[in-house]
Design a protein. Structure first.
Lengths: 464, 244
């Protein structure tokens, strides 16, 4: 079959702003941690958490399963980078260098389309946060995570670290030692946002680590859609992302948490996400994982109330040299709880996609309803795809289905499409986009367009 | 329009010879039919004309509108104005009929099509083919019946409106509906400027069509050419006179 290649402009994902950060801290010692805390002017109890995290990080081992993380040397990672900008209220006040990057990534455009609020994190600190006045008057809080420590100390104390404990694993300990920036969102009882809130993270400094903490509380009968986008330009230094997301969904409340991650190929993405859902509440995880060298990401949902639901829709795309180890963990801890999983993965040029599901159905989860579907598509024979389900079921009156399929693009499909005038590359792209379509349509339209663009970028040179 | 000279092909996977010196000459305005017993090379011919990588030309040439196309890949051949209707078209999950038609049309014409006109034309064609309009939103061929898949092939034929249409209908097991759909599609498509090659096993598909030539393909070669009466004769007596 003929070899053809289309070139796609990758520039937009590779914008490197000049590194104009005013403070950069390398390595990880007690002094560094104290320095960060002092700079932020934090209360002592926060510093204590940081120091405890630091101690645990050095005590805990790397996981004995999944991708090999031994290439990560924390002393080579910039653990804190303060950009040359304080929190700004208005887009115009942001320094040009940073603004250009965001402009080219389309952030203000997104806001112009009247998204309810936008937060953007550049390196370690949030640089821009905005929330419509109307939402403020309803008691909605959307602010920089660090700011919440001072402005909403009671809420903060009530929820911080309550979903994700400090000793969960080595990199969450690291996170608690170094956390900086992120979003804090509080949706009061009964308030339903009909526009999504969104946040954007970008790592600009070479060798930087990003440890943002996102805490979202959706009170009873309230509803929220939150979208986070993450990216980092391509540098040669190893980058680390060890963020943390803690979500609390109240009774009869709804939270849709959408993420599109597009990391550079030198990124170790070790993110920890957890959600606790009360009776008849619903968490929807929508995840698009692109880029990174290694990703280990398994959002955990604990369904604590009767009738609580977790829906997971995710897609990952691993190319050459990438190992994307993703999946989910769910604890069904009440009667009539529901779990619906629709996972898809695409691997090419030797990329590895692994999907792990860890499902615990507890003794009291009578009449629980679980349906899992995992589909993978491999674009060539060097690529790998694996589905690793682990189910611990302690009750017998449940409905449970698990489907896993692994597919390849057949020569027949390519031939058919070429006979309709598409070249080989376009034919593959059409098939892959079709495969991803049920997932991309779960995203708002701008993000769906973005995702299709990312798929095209990933496919670039597939056949070369 | 299409000239095939002394065409020899082998199957790439096992190197076996399939077409062994095939000649064919199709002119503008003509309908040709190729018939032959199982294993005679009928499907290989359609695939070779479209550069399916499973077959390799070892000798001879395929000439389209005066140009030797032996070295062109499937895409380039299609863009010259050739269309292949598949025996069993593939299913494309996540790709809607509308999106697929638009993508194919854009690629064939090499320019962005006017969406408004395109939608209007497509709607008219769908009415003619008795395809309900909600089919546009369905994933191409996914969960379609045999007849619906044939309708999709005919819809593509009429949408792309090629110079030469090749219909691979080698399966004798086509149901009556599907046969009628293909027959009607050809009637709608055919005019004095284009040409059709029907590769088939059964004569039912030919009923009511104005056939110019019927060729009998046996063991990789055309052993007899005649007019439409040859098809009727084969229908009656089978291939026994042409074998061995």
């Amino acid at each position: 079959m003929a070899k053809t290649q289309v070139s796609i402009d990758t520039n937009i994902y590779n914008i490197k702003a000049k590194d104009e950060s005013i403070l950069k801290t390398y390595g990880l010692t007690e002094q560094v941690v104290r320095e960060i805390s002092k700079l932020k002017g934090e209360p002592d109890w926060i510093l204590d958490i940081r120091l405890k995290g630091l101690k645990l990080f050095y005590e805990l081992e790397n996981p004995t399963w999944g991708p090999d993380l031994s290439m990560l040397h924390i002393e080579e990672i910039a653990t804190y980078v303060k950009p040359n900008s304080n929190m700004e209220r208005s887009w115009e006040d942001i320094p040009d260098e940073i603004k250009n990057t965001f402009d080219r990534l389309g952030i203000p455009e997104a806001e112009k389309k009247s998204l309810a609020g936008v937060g953007a994190q550049f390196d370690s600190e949030m640089v821009y946060h905005n929330l419509e006045e109307e939402l403020k008057s309803k008691g909605v809080i959307y602010c920089n995570f660090d700011e919440a420590i001072f402005k909403y100390p009671e809420l903060f104390k009530k929820y911080f670290m309550k979903a994700v404990p400090i000793n969960d694993h080595k990199y969450i300990a690291l996170h608690y030692a170094l956390f900086s920036g992120g979003s804090f969102i509080y949706i009061p009882k009964g308030v339903k946002l009909d526009m999504p809130l969104q946040s954007y993270f970008r790592l600009n400094a070479p060798g930087a680590g990003q440890f943002e903490h996102t805490l979202i509380i959706v009170e009873d009968d309230a509803s929220l859609e939150f979208i986070e986008g993450c990216s980092a330009p391509g540098y040669n230094d190893l980058n680390l992302h060890a963020g943390c997301v803690e979500l609390f969904v109240g009774k009869n409340a709804y939270l849709r948490f959408s993420t599109i991650e597009n990391w550079s190929r030198n990124m170790l993405n070790l993110n920890t996400k957890k959600c606790i859902v009360d009776a008849h509440g619903k968490i929807e995880w929508i995840t698009g994982s692109f880029g990174s060298k290694i990703s280990m990401l398994y959002p955990l949902s604990i369904l604590n109330g009767e009738g609580a639901t977790c829906e997971y829709t995710g897609i990952s795309f691993a190319g050459k040299g990438q190992n994307l180890d993703t999946g989910l963990k769910v604890v069904l801890n009440a009667p009539k709880t529901n779990l619906f999983v629709d996972s898809k993965s695409i691997s090419k040029d030797g990329g590895i996609c692994t999907f792990r599901s860890n499902v615990d159905v507890m003794k009291n989860a009578h009449k629980a309803n679980l349906a899992l579907s995992c589909e993978s598509l491999m674009l060539d024979s060097e690529s790998k795809s694996d589905t690793i389900p682990f189910n611990d079921i302690r009750v017998d009156d449940i409905t449970f289905s698990h489907e896993a399929t692994i597919g390849k693009i057949s020569d027949e499909m390519i031939f058919y499409l070429m006979s309709r005038g598409l070249d080989e590359e376009e034919a593959k792209a059409l098939i892959v986009r079709g495969f991803a379509e049920p997932i991309s349509k779960s995203f708002p339209v701008e993000y769906a367009v973005e995702m299709n663009r990312l798929i095209n970028l990933e496919l670039e040179g597939t056949i070369g | 329009m299409l000239q095939i000279k002394n065409l020899h092909t082998i199957a790439v996977d096992d190197g076996s010879a399939i077409l062994k010196g095939l000649d064919l000459n199709i002119k503008k305005g003509e309908i040709h039919v190729i018939m032959g017993p199982n294993g005679s090379g009928k499907s290989t011919l359609a695939n070779t004309i479209f550069a399916n990588p499973r077959y390799e030309i070892t000798d001879g040439s395929i000439i389209f509108e005066g140009k030797n196309i032996n070295d062109l890949d499937t895409t380039k051949r299609a863009r010259l104005g050739m269309f292949l209707s598949f025996q069993s078209p593939v299913e494309l999950p996540g790709v809607s009929v509308a999106n697929f038609l638009k993508t194919a049309k854009n690629n064939m014409t090499g320019e962005k099509i006017n969406l408004y006109n395109f939608a209007k034309e497509t709607n008219e064609l769908m009415k003619k083919l008795h395809i309900p309009s909600d089919a546009l939103d369905r994933d191409l061929n996914v969960g379609f019946s045999g007849g619906e898949k044939k309708k999709m092939e005919m819809l593509q034929l009429l949408t792309l409106n090629p110079k030469l249409a090749i219909l691979d209908e080698t399966d004798s097991g086509l149901d009556v509906d599907a046969i009628k759909i293909v027959r009607d599609g050809i009637k709608m498509y055919k005019n004095s400027d284009n040409a059709v090659l029907i590769i088939t096993h059964s004569t039912k598909i030919l009923e009511g069509l104005d056939i110019d030539y019927v060729h009998v393909l046996v063991n990789g070669k055309i052993v007899k050419t005649g007019d439409s009466s040859l098809a009727l004769e084969i229908d009656k007596n089978g291939y026994k006179d042409y074998l061995g």
